[in-house]
Design a protein around this ligand. Structure first.
Ligand code: SF4
Ligand code: SF4
Length: 336
């Protein structure tokens, strides 16, 4: 039998959020799904660990704190199983204050958030509603020794402020990591994470800003060298973004790994449900793990591509060795 492994799996634990970001498709009514119970999630993690050797979960999008006690139990399970994870939350109140100590008590070790803008740093017309509480949540968790990641999604409204936001996060969140990603859009209906390009034209970085992006890249690269700064994927993201930001069509060719949806349905990755793999669920894996893997892989190869880089950061942060990491180098060389 082939070596069927995934280093990482993206999870959508729920499809609810307190925010309504224009670039987000996940929480729209047509994409709503039933939620698994805690016992079902534990089963999911056991199946993925046993059949595909999964070591890392990335909880993407939506607001996991809305799961309340269920989230606490999931984190408890991960702690018991010594699982690595990246857990994204915007730390909304009153949920954050209600669950923060409970999460710490069960061994929480990662708390991450998109900080695309901050009051006082942002274009006043586009202050990012989620970032204020998200930043406070990261800061609090970091003070308790939890590893954090602040992700700045570069878009038209924060282009001028992105370097300042990263710097502010690095200076004020203890031992925190930060990274910069470009704003994404969906290519077709296989993508249910991102909004349509025409719906977010106001947020897309225009071609005319190419020189500005280049300057920003130099600034952030220099900043990333400062002692104590942990700005992840900086060189690659900025260089690649500068070259191709208007044609976000990178393909991971399967290196990013599969996703699991809120109801246990399998996904091509965290960002898109795919065309074939979404007809299967986690509970099809024990029946024929090789078949499920093949379907997923074919689906991943047929993807129209995206621009995302957390998989590279995974290597740097967790030391998880990605089987095809040279692929990224080659892909970058090909583009030059
Ligand atoms: S992008 Fe994140 S914070 Fe914004 S609506 Fe979607 S799930 Fe919520
Ligand atoms: S290129 Fe890879 S990470 Fe991007 S949407 Fe396609 S399958 Fe997902």
């Amino acid at each position: 039998m082939k070596n069927l492994t995934f280093n990482s799996i993206a999870l959508l634990l729920n499809r609810k959020c307190v925010h309504q970001c224009p670039q987000c498709n996940l929480i729209k009514d047509q994409h709503r799904r039933s939620e698994l119970s805690v016992d079902q999630w534990k089963d999911v993690f056991c199946i993925l660990g046993n059949f595909y050797g999964v070591k890392f979960y990335l909880v993407l999008g939506t607001e996991p704190l809305l799961l309340g006690e269920k989230l606490v139990e999931i984190v408890r399970f991960w702690t018991e199983m010594k699982t690595f994870y990246g857990l994204y939350s915007t730390s909304p109140q009153p949920f954050f204050d209600e669950y923060k100590h409970k999460l710490l008590d069960v061994g929480l070790n990662n708390w991450s958030c998109g900080i695309d803008g901050l009051p006082g740093f942002d274009n006043p017309e586009h202050v990012d509603a989620k970032a204020g509480q998200g930043f406070e949540g990261l800061k609090w968790m970091a003070d308790q020794g939890v590893q954090t990641m602040s992700v700045v999604t570069l878009n038209r409204s924060n282009l001028k402020y992105a370097a300042k936001i990263l710097e502010y996060c690095q200076e004020n969140i203890k031992n925190g990591m930060a990274c910069l990603n470009p704003i994404e859009w969906q290519h077709d209906e296989t993508f249910d994470f991102f909004a349509k390009k025409e719906d977010i034209t106001d947020l897309l970085v225009p071609e005319s800003a190419r020189a500005e992006v280049w300057k920003l890249a130099q600034k952030i690269k220099a900043m990333a060298k400062r002692p104590g700064y942990k700005i992840q994927n900086c060189d690659r993201n900025l260089d690649i973004f500068h070259l191709v930001y208007d044609k976000l069509n990178y393909r991971c060719n399967g290196t990013v790994g599969m996703g699991v949806d809120t109801d246990g349905t399998l996904r091509r990755c965290g960002y898109c449900k795919g065309t074939e793999i979404n007809k299967l669920s986690v509970w099809d894996i024990p029946k024929d793990p090789e078949y499920v893997y093949e379907i997923w892989y074919r689906d991943a190869l047929s993807c129209k591509g995206c621009f995302w880089s957390w998989v590279q950061g995974l290597e740097e942060t967790y030391g998880v060795v990605l089987p095809d990491s040279d692929f990224y180098k080659k892909r970058w060389e090909d583009k030059k």
